[in-house]
Design a protein around this ligand. Structure first.
Ligand code: ADP
Ligand code: MG
Length: 220
């Protein structure tokens, strides 16, 4: 068990911040953007990151960050200070996550749900800001097999988006399947984070691979 898991199972970390969840996921083999955490408006450490940059404010009350105006995309290093000051003037901010902006692609949701009767269930579907509107998701009990993962993806109404839409290239399906296995396969994260649910939304899928650009963990 990692220090993160120990803390979560202690109930000490009520709702860990995005960067803490991403550090844990990254160790578990989930690709996440390179990023730095800044708490004092000194953005020097962000110089090592490649532009364009994404700025996200975090704080106890900030859950749906884009609704709150706590996400700014497409920034240069020079623009970070002013964007952060604007957020800090409107929101109660504990700090900022600055990360590299991933290439656009198909936005997926990958989640782990705890059904009171059935236990851990893997969820995937079309994600991003349209998740609630599209309602295009598939569910399977954990542990899933690779065959289950491929069937889940093929069952989505919008599956065509993954396999190359309007002459566009297909996304890296093997990388999507691998991610689903990392979360819901044998020995996957569903066995480790016993005390909660989590949601990667979105995971951006492109021809070269997948990357989880947002992550939330809801300790049980
Ligand atoms: P929230 O879901 O809390 O509103 P997100 O962290 O998901 O905030 O960010 C909102 C949107 O911004 C995402 O759905 C995604 O489209 C985009 N986004 C966030 N982080 C990145 C990133 N590192 N690279 C590219 N796009 C990003
Ligand atoms: Mg999100």
């Amino acid at each position: 068990m990692s220090a993160y898991e120990a803390e979560v199972s202690d109930g000490a970390a009520a709702s860990p911040y995005e960067h803490e969840v991403k550090a844990f996921l990254s160790e578990a083999g989930v690709p996440v953007p390179r990023g730095v955490v800044v708490r004092d408006l000194d953005f020097g450490p962000a110089r090592e990151l490649a532009e364009p940059l994404v700025l996200k404010a975090f704080g106890p009350g900030l859950v749906h960050k884009s609704d709150a105006g706590a996400v700014a995309l497409g920034l240069t290093y020079e623009e970070l200070g002013a964007a952060a000051a604007a957020m800090a003037s409107r929101l109660e901010v504990a700090g900022f996550l600055v990360e590299e902006q991933a290439e656009a692609g198909v936005e997926l949701i990958v989640g782990l749900v705890r059904d009171p009767g059935f236990g851990p269930v893997l969820l995937t579907g079309l994600g991003g800001v349209w998740t609630e509107v599209l309602r295009d998701t598939a569910l399977r009990l954990c542990p899933i097999s690779e065959e289950d993962a491929r069937r889940m993806l093929a069952s989505l109404r919008g599956t065509e988006l993954l396999y190359g839409h309007r002459g566009g290239p297909a996304v890296d399906m093997d990388a999507v399947v691998k991610l689903l296995m990392t979360v819901g396969g044998p020995g996957g994260l569903w066995e480790r984070l016993e005390l909660g649910e989590f949601e990667l939304n979105p995971v951006i899928a492109t021809p070269p691979g997948v990357i989880a650009v947002d992550a939330r963990h809801l300790p049980g």
